[in-house]
Design a protein around this ligand. Structure first.
Ligand SMILES: [Zn+2]
Length: 288
């Protein structure tokens, strides 16, 4: 998780990408790696201590082979492909090192983005890949599209007694709980999104909101922006649609509920796991 809070390991090579000769040389580099991502967002690597992709073979095809960049100096490409087996990000992220975590998330994000844009959203013409996979260009109207993320907020809401608010979504397995989250809508600031989502889902007004950390989550292309917020009250009115029920937990209550198997919490790969863990460790400083 902390991999996301400093400078990245992946050099996306913005300045070299326009050079077709440089892209081909990357493909031919003996250290180059080619990852594959299937339609379900799984990678063709087993869950292990390091990314062990295969060497690129055959001719470089810019329309299919997207350059993620240089990871510790090694060119890494990704392609869309179907294969048996493989592993998803939820399995991989807890076991990979920081540089490899960044690679697999970027790989899934880039392939999924390319899948969504075979045609131009303005004129409908077929788009072509340029800049080693960082642009889809429309030859008919000239428009370029770039791989972007959709901002979503996720917020650990605490009360005056430092209890944590956890909610259960109707679509989840019984007992599964997490902190609240939702997409930022057009024309809205992150802070406004935090206030709105918490209000819509639980009816709670907030007295203070503070940004903590972010994490990319390419399902389909979210950037999760983690916050901690202080509730101005404790009276919960769930919307009953997205959130079925929600309640406040003191630290010992949550530990007991997890140990008794009454509730389950988000997996290690998620920023929700980190925010809840920080709250449990009393290192999540809530705003006054
Ligand atoms: Zn177009």
């Amino acid at each position: 998780m902390d991999a996301w809070n400093g400078p990245g390991h992946l050099d996306r090579c913005e300045h070299q990408r326009p050079d077709a000769g440089w892209l081909s040389a990357c493909w031919a580099d003996p250290a180059a790696l080619l990852l594959s991502v299937d339609a379900a967002g799984r990678l063709d690597i087993g869950a292990g201590p390091a990314v062990a992709g295969r060497r690129p073979g055959g001719a470089f095809d810019e329309q299919r082979h997207y350059l993620l960049g240089l990871s510790d100096g090694r060119p890494v490409f990704v392609q869309s492909a179907e294969f048996a087996g493989g592993a998803g990000l939820r399995e991989l992220l807890p076991v990979l090192g920081e540089a490899d975590r960044e690679l697999v998330v970027a790989a899934v994000a880039l392939v999924q983005w390319h899948r969504t844009l075979p045609h131009c959203g303005l004129c409908g013409a077929a788009t072509v890949v340029t800049l080693g996979g960082m642009v889809r260009h429309c030859p008919a109207c000239g428009r370029d599209r770039f791989p972007r993320s959709d901002p979503a907020i996720i917020v650990a809401v605490v009360d005056a007694d430092d209890r944590l608010l956890l909610g259960h979504q109707a679509v989840w397995a019984p007992g599964r709980l997490s902190i609240l989250a939702g997409f930022v809508t057009a024309g809205e600031s992150l802070e406004q999104a935090v206030h709105r989502e918490v209000g819509e889902e639980t009816g709670l007004p907030l007295s203070a909101v503070r940004y903590v950390a972010s994490q990319p989550w390419p399902f389909p292309r979210s950037l999760m922006l983690g916050f901690v917020a202080r509730a101005a009250g404790t009276d919960i009115q769930v919307d009953g649609v997205e959130i079925e029920w929600a309640r406040w937990f003191a630290r010992d209550e949550l530990i007991a509920a997890v140990e008794a198997g009454e509730v389950s919490l988000p997996g290690e790969a998620s920023i929700a796991h980190r925010l809840i863990g920080d709250w449990q460790a009393a290192t999540l400083v809530s705003p006054e």
